[in-house]
Design a protein around this ligand. Structure first.
Ligand code: ATR
Length: 278
């Protein structure tokens, strides 16, 4: 078991944009825990020293965000299965005295769909747009939930092929242009690319939700804006849509539980608090 403590962090470079302090601060207050969750800007050159000083500074763990997810993966004494498969660490804690790195993004993705689209598993083929770090977490979640027909479509085909080889049976790789042919029998469409994110311009994905069957669920890991152009198009077709904010909220749950010893809940109140700040 983890050793609950009173001090946790999120490190990144930059870090000011992180929404995690809001989430964990809310839970600390809600549970009356006299602890802290601190946003700390750590430059890449200072990462090893920061990690080496964790215990001495009274930290029981924390979150890791850009650009440190891969470096911390390499530096953690021990890693959980999700981190191994995803190749990145977003959560650190001490276990049996060892700094342990985990990845809770796949958990967050699945928990978000469980909340808003129960029955999403077993819905038929899944089409995943994108082949970066976020796609790895999504594919790991899909495989964990028994998906056996996962189609990765990416602008750079070689990256989709890399993920196909990494995740093995039941995963196929496709160029982005092939997406229209992949949708007709798909039960789930997931955007893991940054297309649709506020400030990214007017790029579009060649993924028309009108080509999906009526029972399909469409979700996006982008949550600014909450309703991306893809989700808006899917909703206009009468399809079930799930925005990406729930993934952010749910991925925070396992970390808080490890550091502070209480399993927090993702409530409408927490969601409203974070939405107010988007
Ligand atoms: P993350 O870790 O957030 O997934 P990433 O590794 O940079 O970030 O991956 C971003 C993903 O968005 C990639 O799949 C990228 O496609 P490429 O592999 O071809 O670069 C995809 N992406 C970004 N901008 C895109 C665009 N304008 N059109 C299509 N795909 C795009």
């Amino acid at each position: 078991m983890a050793e609950p403590g009173k001090r946790a962090f999120v490190i990144g470079h930059p870090i000011a944009h992180s929404r995690s302090p809001k989430i964990h601060g809310h839970w600390l207050a809600a549970h009356g825990i006299a602890g802290s969750y601190e946003a700390i800007d750590v430059a890449p050159a200072d990462l090893s020293a920061f990690l080496a000083g964790l215990r001495g500074n009274g930290f029981s763990g924390g979150n890791v965000t850009l650009p440190h997810k891969e470096a911390v993966f390499a530096g953690a004494g021990r890693r959980d299965e999700a981190a191994e498969l995803i190749g990145a660490v977003n959560t650190l804690w001490f276990e049996d005295g060892l700094l342990t790195g985990g990845n809770t993004d796949a958990y967050g993705f699945a928990a978000n769909l469980d909340e808003y689209a129960p029955g999403w598993t077993g819905n038929g083929a899944a089409v995943v747009l994108g082949a970066g770090g976020a796609a790895r977490a999504v594919i790991h979640a899909l495989k964990t939930r028994g998906a056996n027909n996962i189609r990765i479509a990416n602008r750079t085909l070689a990256r989709a092929e890399e993920l196909r080889d990494r995740f093995g049976a039941g995963v196929t790789a496709h160029p982005l242009e092939a997406v229209p042919e992949l949708l007709g029998d798909a039960g789930l469409l997931v955007n893991t690319t940054s297309v649709g994110m506020a400030g990214k311009g007017k790029e579009e994905l060649p993924a028309d939700p009108a080509l999906l069957p009526a029972h399909a669920v469409v979700t996006d890991i982008v949550y600014v804006p909450l309703e991306t152009p893809l989700l808006a198009a899917a909703r206009a077709c009468g399809l079930k849509t799930v925005d990406g904010l729930g993934m952010l909220l749910h991925q925070a749950v396992p970390g808080f539980e490890r550091w502070f010893g209480v399993r927090p809940r993702v409530t409408p109140e927490l969601r409203a608090l974070v939405v107010a700040d988007l």
